[in-house]
Design a protein around this ligand. Structure first.
Ligand code: MGD
Ligand code: MGD
Ligand code: SF4
Ligand code: MO
Length: 759
């Protein structure tokens, strides 16, 4: 008899691209995942999406709850299957015991990245569990992932950077983002723009992905984005290539800065500008008529305390940019001065300009100031939230169910790292491994004794931190919910089996890459029964909440009621979504220049070229960069990047993907390889101050000489084990995952291949 074959529409949740898909199920088995060409992100899917059946049926999957039977630190934890009831009881008891003794803050939670895993399905629920339990501590990759794009940028714009309006842009700048690998649906939209004739500028030490299509490739040295952005901004300012009207009205360019303590000059609650016509300071208003406000020079303002010398923000910004002349910037970045000037002219001439940046500019010790410099550069174009610029598209209005209101202010103030980095991830309850380790091992500033993790593999994905393993091993209770056993999970007391994304539902509110895509609300159906005893993260969260007596905060412990709460503001029910497999476009319309009605969500209500929040936190209010320090022992700038076949440390066990990249690679220029006697495919050692990691050399002309780009996420040959976790951005805590120094040397012969799950 012919088998029963169905094609089920949905989307692939394995990475941020959220490609529209059709899952093919034959006789109850997932046999293929294909692109759904009728979906706004369904133009194509990648090898990872196609490997979904391997992910689902992988022999490495954990299919029952497991309890360790051997001491932590031993290679084999002696995993023993246990029943769910027993696992939940054990976890609930352990969490309660810790909370009673040391407070709920002593249980940290963790979550994998939602941009590179399907944990996005349950992201708000995991946060709700932590909040309802009373813990302000969520371990997360954000400081190295999305912080600068979404929250660091808010120092300048009051929001994240929005999305390029690909359909209308005249010039797209991809700065440290490689969507061809990391976000194929965005790459498709970007190619559409190029096909229409839009200019493309790519700023990346590697000419890869869309870089090969870029009219302007700025192949800078890793970690020098700040000086490059300042130099570009300097040319725009010096050559009068900026939107003056926009700057005067919608940024704080004209606001006066006091020369005594460098705050903005204010009177009666308003900020003052210098009116050249009347020769006095007047309150700023974006809607003022007949503006003749000073942008340059020193003025003396009469204040109740006497005369006070001030300068407009613009004047100070210009000075800061002039420190980075194209020539000085060229010496540091390696981008020729003519290229800097030409690119600046293009940014003005090819407006509307849009841009996107992601981890290429965030994984550095100066990440926040870099994000500020990029934001300022973009503000000068005047294209913010305008057609063809960077736009905040209208999305389906789902409710935020993360339950931030469930956590008391007193608990929230205890977030680890908040005192040191009040403007960084701790301000949202997200903690770094660095602070977690201190609390776990030293009890500073207070003890953390438990960790409840929904995915994540920090021993491989965070940079090296002494004592990281000891910290995990020291916990009274460490629970890891995952699909597979990772090096990090080796330290768990209990492992919980997570259903794969094809065995559970998910909801995506907006597909991001344009106004049409972003209004789509879609429920991804469950296409398979969970394998073994695995459960979705959402179900695990609800089960745990019930065990802990928190069901009243979890809709009586019923995930379906939770989903209804989340969807309520959209007016669309879950059952209607289930009956609409391709999703439902919501009747929301993207408006441009929303700031004209609302202003910006910054302290001044304006785009802050001069950051009042950084100033209040005793950080430079205008971007400042020093010349990078060099160490002759480590002449090569070491960066890292994503790879098409893997997400971070995942998928090494899927044969179709592993076959394509069996071992870690490091990209090196022909020139640097030749001087070191290295041939393509040789095993080499990457040497940093911290140690040595091995990889196979890939010789390429696509990387600038002097820089090398290594893969991470492998073990035991983990790149991150030789990256320094103690060096980080003072404001956000970002690590130097893309700006380390190294040398490369041939490795001894006879290196045998090592298996990823050798653990
Ligand atoms: N050198 C270097 N290091 C980097 C980066 C870099 O560019 N260079 N990039 C950084 C970035 S951007 C990020 S976001 C981090 C990522 O860091 P992590 O969040 O640690 O990412 P993964 O290695 O993908 O770990 C994901 C784990 O979660 C599990 N998982 C996957 N899906 C689910 C799910 O739905 N539920 C549950 N419970 N578990 C799931 C996987 O099996 C895997 O074990 O790595 C960072 N590390
Ligand atoms: N295939 C795949 N897709 C993914 C993921 C994955 O692991 N694999 N992870 C997802 C996640 S969590 C994230 S955060 C996104 C990240 O998406 P991206 O930010 O696009 O990821 P990367 O490849 O790490 O970095 C982008 C580019 O930055 C360049 N770069 C390196 N150093 C520098 C530098 O100093 N300056 C500049 N300007 N550029 C530099 C790299 O060469 C690379 O081409 O991808 C998501 N999508
Ligand atoms: S790019 Fe690949 S892994 Fe990412 S959503 Fe699309 S199909 Fe899935
Ligand atoms: Mo990320």
């Amino acid at each position: 008899m012919a088998g029963d074959t169905v094609g089920i529409r949905g989307y692939c949740p394995l990475c941020i691209s959220r490609c529209g898909t059709v899952s093919v199920v034959e006789d109850g088995r997932l046999t293929a995942v294909q692109a759904d060409r009728n979906h706004p992100t369904g133009a194509a899917i990648c090898a990872k999406g196609r490997a979904a059946p391997e992910l689902v049926y992988a022999p490495e999957r954990v299919l029952t709850p497991l309890r360790r039977t051997r001491p932590k630190g031993e290679a084999d934890p002696g995993w023993q299957p246990i029943a769910w009831d027993e696992a939940l009881r054990h976890i609930g008891d352990g969490m309660r015991r810790i909370a009673e003794r040391d407070g709920p803050e002593a249980v940290a939670f963790a979550v994998a990245t939602p941009s590179g895993t399907a944990v996005a399905d349950s992201f708000p629920w995991v946060h709700r569990l932590a909040n309802a339990f009373g813990s302000p501590n969520m371990l997360f990759a954000t400081e190295n992932c999305n912080w600068h794009r979404d929250f660091g940028a808010a120092l300048t714009f009051g929001t994240g950077i929005g999305m390029p309006d690909f359909a209308r842009t005249g010039c797209l700048v991809l700065w440290g983002a490689n969507p061809a690998v990391t976000w194929p649906a965005m790459a498709h939209a970007a190619l559409g723009a190029v096909g229409r004739g839009a200019q493309l500028v790519v700023v990346d030490p590697r000419r890869t992905g869309l870089g090969t299509r870029a009219g302007h490739w700025l192949g800078l040295r890793p970690g020098t984005d700040g000086p490059l952005a300042m130099a570009l901004a300097g040319v725009l300012l010096d050559e009068n290539l900026f939107d003056r009207e926009f700057l005067l009205r919608w940024t704080n360019a004209a606001l006066l800065v006091r020369s005594d303590h460098h705050s903005l000059l204010a009177a009666d609650g308003g900020h003052l500008v210098w009116d050249q016509r009347s020769g006095r300071a007047v309150p700023h208003s974006p809607h003022a008529e007949d503006i003749d406000w000073a942008l340059e020079g020193e003025v003396t303002v009469d204040t109740p305390a006497g005369p006070l010398s001030c300068r407009p923000v613009f004047d100070l910004l210009r000075r800061a940019c002039r420190e980075w002349t194209p020539d000085r910037a060229a010496a540091v970045t390696g981008v020729a001065p003519e290229m800097i000037r030409e690119t600046a002219q293009l940014l003005h001439g090819a407006r509307p300009v849009s841009w996107y940046t992601w981890t290429g500019t965030g994984q550095h010790a100066e990440a926040t100031q870099t994000s500020r410099a990029l934001g300022i550069l973009y503000a000068l174009t005047g294209c913010w939230d305008s057609a063809g610029g960077n736009v905040l598209f209208a999305k389906p209005p789902v409710r935020d169910v993360s339950g931030r209101d469930l956590l008391s202010k007193d608990q929230s103030r205890k977030t680890l790292g908040l005192a040191k980095r009040p403007l960084g991830p701790p301000s949202r309850g997200w903690i770094t491994s660095h602070d977690f380790i201190r609390a776990a091992l030293k009890g500073e500033p207070y003890p953390v004794r438990g960790l409840v993790a929904f995915g994540g593999n920090p021993l491989v994905t965070k940079p090296h931190l002494d004592d990281h393993e000891d910290a995990l091993a020291s916990l009274d209770l460490y629970v890891q919910a995952d699909m597979v056993l990772t090096p990090t999970a080796r330290f768990a007391d209990i492992v919980l089996p997570v259903a794969s994304p094809w065995e559970r539902e998910g909801v995506q509110a907006g597909f991001m890459i344009g106004s049409e895509a972003d209004r789509l609300l879609q429920l991804r159906p469950q296409v398979l029964t969970p394998l073994g005893e695995s459960r979705s993260d959402t179900r695990i969260v609800f089960d745990l909440a019930t065990t802990l007596g928190l069901a009243p905060h979890f809709f009586g412990g019923d995930p379906e009621a939770g989903l209804a709460e989340m969807l309520a503001p959209t007016g669309v029910t879950a059952s209607r979504l289930r009956e609409s497999p391709g999703g439902i476009p919501m009747p929301v319309e993207t408006q441009f220049q929303k700031y004209r009605r609302t202003g910006f969500a910054t302290p001044t209500g304006l785009i802050e070229l001069y950051s009042t929040r950084l100033h209040a936190a005793a950080q430079p209010p205008l971007p400042h960069f020093a010349d990078p320090a060099r160490d002759s022992r480590f002449p090569l700038a070491l960066t890292s990047a994503k790879w098409p076949h893997f997400c971070h440390s995942q998928f090494r066990h899927l044969p179709s993907l592993r076959r394509r990249t069996p071992e870690p690679l490091v990209e090196i220029s022909l020139l640097d390889a030749r001087t070191r006697g290295i041939a393509d495919g040789d095993w080499v050692e990457i040497v940093t101050e911290r140690g040595t990691a091995r990889a196979r050399a890939r010789l390429t002309e696509t990387i600038r000489p002097g820089a090398v780009c290594a893969q991470y996420g492998w073990w035991p040959d983990s790149l991150n084990s030789i990256l320094d976790g103690r060096t980080f951005d003072p404001i956000s805590g970002s690590n130097v995952l893309k700006s380390a120094w190294c040398d490369i040397r041939p490795a001894g012969s006879g290196q045998e291949r090592r298996a990823a799950f050798a653990g």
